[in-house]
Design a protein around this ligand. Structure first.
Ligand code: NAP
Length: 248
């Protein structure tokens, strides 16, 4: 049983790939540009005795996605675990709407989830098993981080797709869930304001700290494991308990 993690060269995706490999799962590490980082993630898995390969593909391009799944299959075996993690953030709000930025975000954050899930479902249906985890964001639930309005709209789409795909694929014994991370320290965090952002975000969490990519990876590992065999169509929030929700 092979896992494919999109956008796994860095950040949350990389941590998920390493975590699934710890469970003995061969992992296809997808990336867009950063070949060196993707190969370094593969090396880490190989050095720990696991199986992995790196595959370049733009998840927003259906032809590239078809090639991605073919290559993962031929190098590691058929993909029965899919983690739709690749995502981008372009800042904007009602006064700064940039249609090109919105299209780019929808292409990766939403179209990418659709292309990859359709590609994975073909094989999963034929063997009547599979698990898909989409990486959403608490932005979709209405957190007020400035400049994330359009990004939040893409992640709201991811959550709706999670439920709809669970509905469509459940009868084929394929589970579809999502993890909605809170603030996680990755390259997505603007380096110019990094330290101030960490302080602000740590203060908003009941647990008093920001999240790590490993915090998300452990939740994903649960959602693809047999321990979650009766869970589908769910959005698991992993955010340290945000006071701006809990105090409502
Ligand atoms: P990140 O550090 O910026 O890494 C993004 C990853 O996605 C990289 O591996 C990148 O590949 C890849 N990627 C981007 N566009 C792609 C495309 N079109 N096709 C294939 N791969 C692509 O991001 P992150 O912070 O780990 O975020 C991962 C996911 O978590 C995203 O969906 C994000 O929206 C979500 N999330 C993050 C946070 C947070 O606080 N960080 C919070 C909530 C949700 P290259 O290295 O080749 O560029």
């Amino acid at each position: 049983m092979t896992a494919l993690v999109t956008g796994a060269s860095r950040g949350i995706g990389r941590a998920i790939a390493l975590r699934l490999a710890l469970d003995g799962i061969p992992v296809a590490i997808n990336y867009l540009h950063n070949q060196a980082a993707a190969h370094s993630a593969v090396e880490s898995i190989l050095n720990a005795g696991g199986r992995a390969c790196a595959i370049q593909a733009d998840t927003g391009d259906p032809a590239a996605v078809a090639r991605l799944f073919d290559e993962a299959h031929s190098r590691l075996g058929p993909v029965e675990i899919l983690i739709n993690n690749a995502g981008i953030l372009h800042r904007g709000n009602i006064d700064s709407y940039d249609p090109a930025a919105m299209s780019a975000m929808f292409r990766t954050n939403v179209d990418g989830v659709i292309h990859c899930t359709r590609a994975a479902a073909a094989h999963m249906r034929s063997v009547r098993r599979g698990a898909v985890v989409n990486i959403s964001s608490i932005a979709a639930h209405g957190t007020a981080a400035p400049g994330t309005t359009w990004y939040a709209a893409t992640k709201a789409s991811v959550e709706t797709l999670t439920r709809r795909f669970a509905l469509e694929l459940g009868p084929h014994n394929i589970r579809v869930n999502a993890v909605a991370p809170g603030f996680i320290l990755t390259d997505m965090v603007d380096p110019a304001t990094r330290e101030a952002t960490i302080q602000t975000m740590a203060a908003k969490a009941v647990l008093g700290r920001v999240g790590s990519p490993e915090d998300i990876a452990d939740a994903v590992a649960f959602l693809v494991s047999p321990q979650s065999r009766f869970i589908t169509g769910q959005i698991l929030t992993v955010d340290g308990g945000r006071t701006d929700f809990l105090s409502h």
